[in-house]
Design a protein around this ligand. Structure first.
Ligand SMILES: Nc1ncnc2c1ncn2[C@@H]1O[C@H](COP(=O)(O)OP(=O)(O)OP(=O)(O)O)[C@@H](O)[C@H]1O
Ligand SMILES: [Mg+2]
Length: 418
């Protein structure tokens, strides 16, 4: 049997059949696998398998018993093989995963594409979001579980269906919302901006009130720190330490954070706002979402243009206003108004002095969003050292900016958060 040993994981490609004739030979081979003792995890890849006899099932059980400590995962099963594992109760002991359905995106209408992926309409009820650069199911599983979790907590979001494989990478099939993004609706109906901002405020307060049980969702801090871990090769230990200190300084909360809350990640259907783009959905202090809005509607608006062009890879002859509109879905002057109305609405019960203080804290974490965004970008540039070095330069720029503030003082303003 073909095997692969990577990062402590031993993968074995199972044969087409495990039947009464071949099972003894296969068992021998399985128990004598090279690297077995060093493996922390065993993966049985059933991609080619179309038959397994009861003797084969017993062999897997025997293996599990004799190698009690190693988790055994069975992947890429066909529908039929999965049914055998399920009806025989194997799915209770083993992590069994079906082979992902393959979907060819070429015939579908592209309805949106952003920094992280493309969204296609696949029929009248479903969309498919394909993530750039993601090739493994494991990376996408937390995203679909997260949407499911938000959905069962009755938060307004899409119903998640399944993870599929496409020619462009892994994707998720989600409910199609027959609606428009809030940014588009505001663009078409600017005179009702106040009403739309009120809806955004109500939704952000709902998120801040919706609590999750421990372990149900990843926390914002955990998520950001995991991403930071991937940047270890290109930032110094001191820089990583500083960013981690900033992340850790935000108090924990069990309540929901969207992670990229802004009008282009909200859709409006029959007057009701729905959350989309849930990749960063997590638990944490509402500061994360308010700071994200600051980053989008203030930070990006006032960004030094030289920094902005380099950071977002904009051609020198392009207009920043056009780029901003494409990414955020509103003009630069509109962004100012949206921010002003949202922030003053969010802290409507606070005094002017308190609001000024809170704004400083929010602005600080708005800049940290640029850092975490760039950290994400860097993780995709491992094979492009020149580009990577340039992005690292911008991370350092935002770090230098952040060091001009006294975080200790800013954090005291958290007490003013209502
Ligand atoms: N469930 C859905 N139903 C209908 N349209 C959707 C749905 N999800 C996404 N879209 C459309 O696709 C666009 C991009 O979706 P999404 O924000 O999830 O992707 P993204 O790659 O993160 O994009 P961006 O970087 O612009 O945020 C949305 O602005 C919206 O127009
Ligand atoms: Mg989006």
């Amino acid at each position: 049997m073909e095997t692969k040993f990577e990062q402590g994981r031993l993968t074995v490609i199972l044969p087409e059949e495990i039947n009464p004739k071949n099972h003894t030979a296969i068992e021998k081979e399985l128990f004598a696998l090279e690297h077995l003792d060093a493996a922390g995890e065993l993966v049985l890849d059933a991609e080619n398998m179309n038959y397994i006899s009861t003797l084969g099932l017993r062999m897997i059980l025997k293996f599990r018993k004799s190698h009690g400590g190693i988790p055994v995962n069975i992947i890429n099963t066909s529908e039929d093989i999965y049914n055998i594992f399920e009806t025989t109760g194997f799915t209770a002991f083993f992590n069994v995963k079906k082979k992902l359905r393959f979907v060819d995106t070429s015939g579908f209408e592209l309805i949106g594409s952003g920094m992280y992926g493309s969204v296609y309409r696949i029929n009248d009820e479903q969309v498919l979001k394909v993530f750039y650069g993601i090739q493994s199911e494991e990376e996408i599983e937390p995203v679909i579980n997260t949407i499911r979790c938000a959905f069962v907590h009755e938060l307004p979001t899409t119903i998640p269906f399944e993870i599929v494989r496409t020619e462009k990478g892994i994707g998720t099939v989600l409910e199609l919302l027959d609606s428009e993004t809030l940014s588009r609706v505001i663009e078409k109906d600017p005179q009702n901006l106040d009403m739309y901002i009120d809806k955004m405020l109500a939704l952000s307060k709902t998120l801040a009130r919706t609590a999750f049980k421990e372990g149900e969702l990843r926390s914002r801090k955990e998520m950001l720190k995991a991403k930071l871990g991937r940047s270890a090769p290109f930032l110094s230990a001191e820089e990583l330490g500083t960013i981690e200190t900033y992340i850790d300084a935000v108090p924990d909360r069990a309540t929901a954070v969207h992670g990229d809350f802004h009008a282009k990640n909200l859709m409006i259907s029959n007057g009701k706002l729905m959350l989309i783009d849930m990749d960063e959905f997590s638990t944490g202090h509402p500061l994360w979402d308010v700071a994200n809005l600051y980053c989008i509607y203030q930070g990006m608006v006032h960004l030094d243009k030289k920094i902005a062009y380099g950071m977002f890879d904009l051609p020198s002859n392009s207009l920043y206003d056009d780029f901003y509109f494409k990414i955020v879905g509103c003009t630069l002057p509109q962004a100012e108004v949206i921010w002003d109305k949202f922030f003053n609405g969010y802290f409507a019960d606070s005094s002017r002095e308190d609001k000024e203080k809170i704004l400083k804290l929010v602005a600080f974490y708005g800049n940290i969003k640029f850092i975490t965004f760039l950290v994400d970008v860097c993780a995709t540039l491992k094979d492009q050292p020149e580009k990577l070095a340039e992005k690292v330069k911008y991370i350092r720029y935002f770090l230098t900016e952040s060091e001009k503030e006294n975080l200790h003082v800013l954090l005291k303003y958290l007490d003013l958060w209502k």
